[in-house]
Write a protein that binds this ligand. Sequence first.
Ligand SMILES: [Zn+2]
Length: 136
Amino acid sequence: MTKTGGCLCGKVRYEIEGEPMFTALCHCTNCQKQGGAAFSVNLLVNEAQLTVEGDLKTFEDKGDSGNNVYRKFCGNCGSPNVSELEAFPGMVAVKGGTLNDASRLNPTVQTYCDSKQDWVSLPESITAFAKSPPAG
Ligand SMILES: [Zn+2]
């Protein structure tokens, strides 16, 4: 199963081969700022599963653990497409809102619920962590 997606203006396009390891929602304030939304939707994939066409700009961000988060976005329209997490080497977080079809995602984890907006209500079946999931 190949998933396709890209930015709003179309200059950046990507393909994901196969299924993500898991899909996580992130309520951290940096994701809220970057995405202009209440939370981000992240498909965690092995970097070998992802092919990107077009140029991404990188904003070097830091997670609360001190690890770098490389937030990659289209320099033309600003869509956040992927993030690389120093805490998860070899993995890439693809931003689910940029998929051409996000209707079949199955988020199983939500992180940084400490900063979740009170007016957001999600199913209890999505395992909630106050911050990031325990390492390993
Ligand atoms: Zn664009």
